[in-house]
Ligand binder design. Structure first.
Ligand code: MSP
Length: 640
């Protein structure tokens, strides 16, 4: 079996925020879950870079659209790995491979006779990049952007979407889980009970040039949604690519309800017209809200994911997002709620289970699991059935797109093991040698339970799951849900140590920027040493990504005597760095200088501006001096 999942490709007019992170983490989690099942997976994400909205945003930033999209797209691309998100491919709609596929697709739909030229007047929302009918507006305003759409009248190309209305209704009825959860399927069918209009798929170049040319009329560019949806097949190399043949039959899209209509109506009708099979599932989730409003850049209520990550650690952020939101329903975000879940589910339930179990294993059995107890346990049908049922329920929940339910089920098991410790009281059993067998059995069941939990949480919390396995003496690369394989691997006879607590209790609501509370081997290794060591290893040095950059713009930061905001060109991206060098350099002196920057420093906010890196300077007695390469090298050259 194969598995192919996609996130929406995100508009590059906003930086990644919690809403984007949620969908992307859902897709990463699902991909990992399918990998656990032994399937061949492919996970696609990327950025949507054409259209009015992006053209306007780049104008506002005062930079050419290509530079602007390069910069924001790179931000998305470098953000995801910081959340343990491992995509197979990152697609950008400005790439040549995509432009080619869009042209081919348009030709195909045109050859079918499904495109015509006509005049259209309608109410257009720039934010949504689409026309609205009067009925769809709320008090005359766009329901998402809360602004009055503009009336626009012009000649354009249209896709005969209406021809496919009856076919689509039948297709949705015959494939009951095509759109899930059910409420969104109903919403789409109800929308389709009214006559469907044709889709305007072009924009005249007199109004917009930032798009993909319509292949049969160079005076027009392609409507951004028609362009964007096609990304899902571009990445697989449609029409002849091997990946297309292999993965497309298993395609799953994951989106929030804001873009239900393009995915549930435009996309399947486009596919049908071009003669391609329809995706397998459209998975639709609700909104993360703040004070009952959708979290979005336009409302200005977005949660900074980097601060959240700094405060709680990646595993806890991923866990919170997957556990807290019921897939399909809206969820209210609050720091208080993150803290509650962190303390109750992670520190108390999971962290304590680990600590109690392995501390007792150490104390009563020298940290070694008895292999005869492991074998007896494997013969215990009650215990084995409990594990089997757990894995089955978990698998069903994930397969039906219910990550929160899957985790809830795992936590029921965590609680049952915590209770088992209280009931079996190993400390009592340890008082008499007569109870040795029973004690070994209890300890073995705890260790086996923890190994299985490590595998079950791995799709959601990869670092923690892998660290469970590592500390249990198991190879994280072989992580599995298979009970017999776990038993076999646990019979290694090595000493297991409890190690540092996985999730230390957080006592109060953390302030933004507070210390990371999650402890795992990876995180602790990454902690900065106190004071500077006399010697560091080459590996320590190699962690620094030092690059040359060219300062394109420099602007004094208002209300600060020291800070200057710099736009720096690296090899193919632009960086914003805020540097405290104004007392030594005027902004004019800085423009055009080649500098050396630390490119992989965690972003920091200075006077409300996010700084993505640091300049290297030598500190003289009363002035700073920028480090600059002594010969000319291209921006983005590695410094080592
Ligand atoms: N570019 C289009 C998608 C084209 S796909 C062919 C687009 N981009 S977007 O940047 O606006 O991203 C929208 C998506 O971001 C949502 O569908 C959802 O996946 C995610 N979210 C953005 N804000 C969100 C919330 N407040 N809550 C949950 N998800 C959110 O639309």
């Amino acid at each position: 079996m194969a598995f192919y999942i996609t996130t929406p490709i995100y508009y590059v007019n906003a930086k990644p925020h919690l809403g984007h992170a949620y969908t992307t983490i859902v897709c990463d989690t699902l991909t990992r879950f399918h990998r656990l099942l032994g399937e061949d997976t492919y996970f696609l994400t990327g950025t949507d870079e054409h259209g009015d909205k992006i053209a306007e945003a780049s104008k506002k930033e005062g930079c050419p659209p290509q530079d602007y999209v390069d910069y924001v797209s790179a931000l998305f691309k470098i953000t995801w790995p910081k959340f343990d998100i491992k995509f197979s491919d990152f697609i950008r709609t400005t790439e040549p491979r995509h432009k080619e596929v869009v042209s081919r697709f348009l030709e195909k739909v045109n050859d079918k006779g499904d495109i015509y030229f006509g005049e259209y007047g309608g109410l257009y929302c720039v934010g949504c990049e689409r026309f609205y009918t009067e009925k769809e507006l709320v008090d005359g305003l766009c329901p998402d952007h809360k602004v009055a759409p503009k009336f626009i009248e012009e000649k354009n190309y249209f896709f005969r979407m209406s021809n496919y209305q009856d076919w689509l209704i039948d297709y949705i009825k015959q494939n009951p889980d095509l759109i899930r959860p059910e409420r969104f399927r109903k919403e789409v069918l109800s929308f389709l009970s009214e006559p469907l209009e044709d889709l305007c798929i072009s924009r005249p170049k007199t109004r917009l040039t930032w798009g993909i040319d319509i292949p049969f009329d160079k005076n027009y560019v392609t409507y951004v949604w028609f362009d964007a949806l096609i990304n899902y097949i571009t990445a697989l190399g449609w029409p002849d690519g091997e990946k297309y043949a292999h993965y497309w039959p298993y395609a799953e899209h994951c989106v929030a309800k804001d873009i239900l209509k393009p995915h549930a109506i435009f996309w399947p009708t486009m596919l049908q017209s071009a003669g391609l099979p329809i995706y397998k599932h459209l998975n639709v989730h609700g909104y993360w809200q703040m004070d009952k409003d959708k979290m979005s850049k336009s409302v200005g209520n977005v949660v900074d994911i980097f601060t959240l990550r700094e405060e709680f650690g990646v595993s806890a952020v991923r866990y919170f997002l997957m556990r807290e939101m019921n897939f399909g329903l809206d969820s209210e975000f609050s720091y208080k709620r993150v803290l509650e879940r962190y303390n109750s589910d992670l520190a108390n339930d999971l962290g304590n289970l680990w600590q109690r179990s392995i501390t007792m294993l150490k104390k009563y059995s020298g940290g070694i699991v008895s292999s005869s107890a492991l074998s007896s346990l494997a013969q215990d049908s009650d215990w084995e059935n409990t594990l089997k049922l757990l894995v089955k329920d978990y698998t069903i929940h994930f397969s039906h797109m219910r990550p929160s339910e899957a985790l809830k089920r795992v936590w029921e098991f965590v609680s049952s093991l915590n209770k088992r410790i209280d009931v079996d009281a190993p400390w009592e059993l340890a008082k008499s040698e007569d109870n040795r067998q029973k004690l070994d059995l209890v300890l073995a069941s705890l260790v086996k339970g923890l190994a299985l939990i490590g595998a079950l949480i791995w799709p959601v919390m990869p670092i923690t799951g892998e660290e469970f396995w590592r500390r249990l003496g198991l190879a994280p690369e072989s992580i599995t849900l298979d009970s017999a394989a776990i038993t076999l691997a646990l019979g290694h006879g090595k000493v297991i140590e409890p190690g540092e607590a996985f999730f230390k209790r957080a006592e109060k609501e953390p302030e933004p920027g507070a210390k990371e509370k999650q402890v795992s081997s990876k995180d602790s290794k990454e902690k900065a040493p106190e004071g500077r060591p006399e010697v560091i290893t080459y590996d320590d040095f190699a962690k620094l990504d030092l690059q040359t950059g060219l300062i394109l713009e420099a602007e004094a930061v208002k209300k600060s005597e020291k800070l200057v905001k710099l736009t720096i060109k690296l090899s193919d991206t632009l960086r914003t760095i805020v540097a405290g060098i104004r007392k030594s350099y005027t902004p004019e002196e800085l423009v055009g200088q080649s500098v050396v920057i630390v490119a992989n420093l965690a972003p920091r906010e200075l006077m409300g501006i996010k700084s993505h890196g640091m300049l290297l300077c030598a500190s003289g007695p009363d002035t700073l001096s920028l480090l600059t390469p002594s010969r000319e090298v291209p921006p983005g050259s590695q410094v080592s």
